[in-house]
Design a protein around this ligand. Structure first.
Ligand SMILES: Cc1cc2nc3c(=O)[nH]c(=O)nc-3n(C[C@H](O)[C@H](O)[C@H](O)COP(=O)(O)O)c2cc1C
Length: 416
């Protein structure tokens, strides 16, 4: 593990969630960090500097025009001092000013003058968050490597319900201290992971599915996030909480999964296909519930889209990692899939007879082209996922792939 940030400059801006920021100071200090608070003018309308001074044990900086501090170029000193700058809450206005390079108060100036990682925890009314101007500003900052934590969805101070709540202080502190961020081997990369089963409708009340629990895919998404990647998790129907810092997109059918993967892989670097995508779907989905009119019935099936194979046939596929869950001939089947789908890596395991699906532990054998192989011994799925992500990062670096996915097809999307 890389060194964790010890010196955190906590910027507080003028949102109602500022009342939670003194608690955040405590949480960060519980992780052993020194915390220097810098408040915007707006923030001082909500909480006093004295409160932050009392909890942080350091005098709070509020003013760019502080003669004593600026005698020694205090704003540059602060910018150099910090291992990480965390702004929580980050208002829509602060996000806008940072996106456009304003240096009109102490906090904005320090953010421009620093080389430390900047993390924002946005908090605002849901309409302010959804506003195209805010979204464009957030995108500018993300593209520059600024990390966004949240916002979460829920009840807001204004009485509305939606996306815009600041993450809880414990979540922010945990995220800062559990992910390796800039030091992680996947830092700066966008990773898309699929997980869980798909459901293929037969009629309005029935579907074809499989026993995938989604546990392995969720663990991989968490491990990739911990390794510093931006992670989008495209999930079939499962009852598992979303790993912290991971964006989750919910789908049902193989068709929907393919569309979500195509959309979210744009600009992506690595695609990890851990979902158990149905191979077949009903040839025709009945419009009404099918009645039991005879003792037997035949269901005509058609091939469902092969998500991984379709992506691998695109013009500039990202680094592709497949999973092979097999009940027999694991190695032979995995290698056939590796070459057949033109993958960069495949993680294979035996399923059935108490192994694999819905278990909390597993073992994997990882293969890559030209005879590469690594055994990952039986352990918890999260420990396994962390080891797998290390191997993915190694192979990704070795592959010299800097392909950015554009979703252009070389051949029809639905061939299998
Ligand atoms: C009661 C009240 C609550 C506010 N809450 C928020 C908020 O949660 N998020 C936000 O972006 N702006 C909020 N604002 C607006 C900001 O305070 C305003 O845009 C201010 O100029 C932000 O400046 P600063 O980011 O430099 O602190 C609120 C304003 C008031 C009066």
């Amino acid at each position: 593990m890389s060194p964790q940030p010890r010196k955190i400059l906590l910027g507080v801006t003028g949102g109602i969630a500022a009342y939670k920021s003194p608690d955040l100071v405590r949480r960060l200090m519980e992780h052993g960090a020194e915390v220097q608070v810098v408040m915007s003018r707006g923030a001082q309308q909500f909480v006093t500097a004295l409160t932050f001074q009392a909890v942080s044990g350091r005098s709070v900086r509020t003013d760019l025009w502080d003669e004593a501090a600026e005698a020694a170029m205090g704003h540059i000193e602060l910018a150099r001092w910090a291992d990480e700058i965390v702004v929580a809450p980050a208002t829509a206005e602060f996000i806008a000013r940072l996106a456009h390079g304003f240096a009109d108060d102490l906090l904005a100036t320090v953010c421009l003058a620093t080389t430390a990682r900047i993390t924002l925890a946005p908090a605002m009314n849901r309409q302010m968050w959804a506003n195209a101007a805010t979204q464009a500003n957030v995108q500018i900052l993300k593209d520059r490597g600024v990390r966004m934590l949240g916002p979460a969805s829920g009840e807001q101070a204004c009485g509305e319900v939606g996306v815009g709540r600041m993450l809880e202080p414990t979540q922010i502190a945990d995220e800062i201290f559990t992910t390796r961020g800039a030091a992680g081997p996947l830092h700066g990369l966008k990773v898309v992971v699929t997980a869980g089963p798909t459901r293929e409708a037969i009629d309005p009340v029935r579907f074809i599915s499989n026993r995938s629990s989604g546990k392995m895919g969720y663990a991989v998404a968490q491990a990739a996030r911990e390794a510093g990647a931006e992670v989008v998790l495209i999930s079939g129907p499962v009852q598992i909480p979303t790993p912290r810092g991971v964006e989750r997109v919910e789908v049902e059918s193989a068709e929907e999964m393919l569309e979500a993967v195509r959309r979210n892989l744009v600009g992506g670097d690595i695609f990890i296909s851990a979902a158990a995508v149905s191979d077949y779907r009903a040839h025709q989905v009945a419009g009404e519930k099918i009645k039991k009119t005879s003792d037997t019935m035949n269901l005509s099936l058609a091939r469902a889209p092969d998500v991984l194979a379709t992506i691998s046939r695109c013009e500039s596929p990202p680094f592709l990692v497949g999973f092979a869950a097999e009940t027999e001939h694991v190695e032979r089947n995995a290698l056939a899939k590796l070459t057949g789908k033109n993958l960069d890596m495949i993680a294979a395991n035996k399923v059935g007879a108490g192994l694999g699906f819905d278990k909390d532990e597993n073992a994997l054998t990882v293969y890559w082209p030209n005879g590469g192989k690594r055994e990952l011994a039986f352990t918890s799925k999260l420990a396994l996922a962390r080891q797998l992500v290390e191997v993915i990062a190694e192979r990704y670096q070795a592959s010299n792939k800097t392909r950015t996915f554009t979703a252009k097809s070389k051949s029809p999307a639905h061939a299998s």
